[in-house]
Design a protein around this ligand. Structure first.
Ligand code: PEP
Length: 252
């Protein structure tokens, strides 16, 4: 059975103290309600991973990385490897966030290499993808999403999908306040699950969690999460606020 997941992407926000306080606050808040089959993930900046992980110890919070390099070591100034992440207890990594694609020029080919490295190192991958506004306006959103999945993930063996979580994030909804409607999210998630089923099999498709990301807030989380193929969310802005993030977790 696939898990429900609420993951907070903290991006380049929060210093050391703020990160610890945020983990502490979320930890305290989610203690008050049951989390049946639901995982709560947070992705602080690299420098804060270790302390966040310490603060999250023996709680329901899993600390994950926002990115990693495709090689394991070497002359790659400023980069972080899978081994480094694992050496501080990080088991999950976000790959392919739209900001990595658009601001840092990460291509589908590069992302496939990162995915391969993470799989080989036995890490879990939250693989992000989604169309631009122009793609949706021109009715190309399904084609783009299919292309991103084919390039980034469909070379994997079925067995590797135990380590894959999908995060559909329409770029026009990220940090814009504009959200895909619950119907738009469901339509795309059902399409994605069908693609996985056709490429692999029903079991892989049924067991893969597909998260929605793009301006999820306490006010819209319930409706989005109620859709059959939406298994949770990747949350940016709202995950920086203890109350908002907690409300979103409650919604699931
Ligand atoms: C994100 O960055 O993955 C995201 C979904 O951001 P926001 O929730 O702020 O739109």
């Amino acid at each position: 059975m696939r898990s429900k997941i609420v993951a907070g992407n903290w991006k380049m926000n929060n210093d050391a103290k703020e990160t610890k306080n945020l983990v502490k606050g979320i930890r305290k808040a989610i203690k008050r309600f049951p989390l049946a089959n639901t995982r709560v993930l947070v992705a602080p900046a690299f420098v804060n991973l270790r302390s966040a992980n310490k603060k999250a110890k023996k709680s329901n919070i899993e600390v994950v990385a926002q990115n990693m390099h495709q090689e394991n070591s070497g002359a790659f100034t400023g980069e972080i490897s899978a081994d480094m992440l694992q050496s501080i207890g990080i088991k999950t990594v976000i790959i392919g966030h739209s900001e990595r694609r658009s601001i840092f020029g990460e291509t589908d080919e590069l992302l496939a290499q990162k995915v391969n490295q993470a799989i080989e190192k036995e890490m879990e991958v939250i693989f992000c993808f989604g169309e631009q506004l122009e793609d949706r306006k021109t009715d190309n959103h399904f084609t783009i999403v299919q292309y991103q999945l084919e390039k980034g993930l469909f070379h994997l063996e079925a067995i590797a999908w135990n380590q894959i979580v999908l995060a559909y994030e329409p770029v026009w909804a990220i940090g814009t306040g504009e959200t895909a409607s619950p119907e738009q999210a469901q339509e795309m998630h059902a399409f994605i699950r069908k693609l996985v089923q056709e490429k692999y099999n029903t079991s892989v498709a049924d067991n893969t969690s597909i998260l929605y990301g793009g301006s999820v807030k306490p006010s819209n989380a319930n409706k989005i999460f109620s859709k059959e193929d939406v298994d949770g969310g990747l949350i940016g802005g709202a995950s920086l606020n203890i109350e908002d993030f907690t409300e979103i977790i409650k919604a699931i």
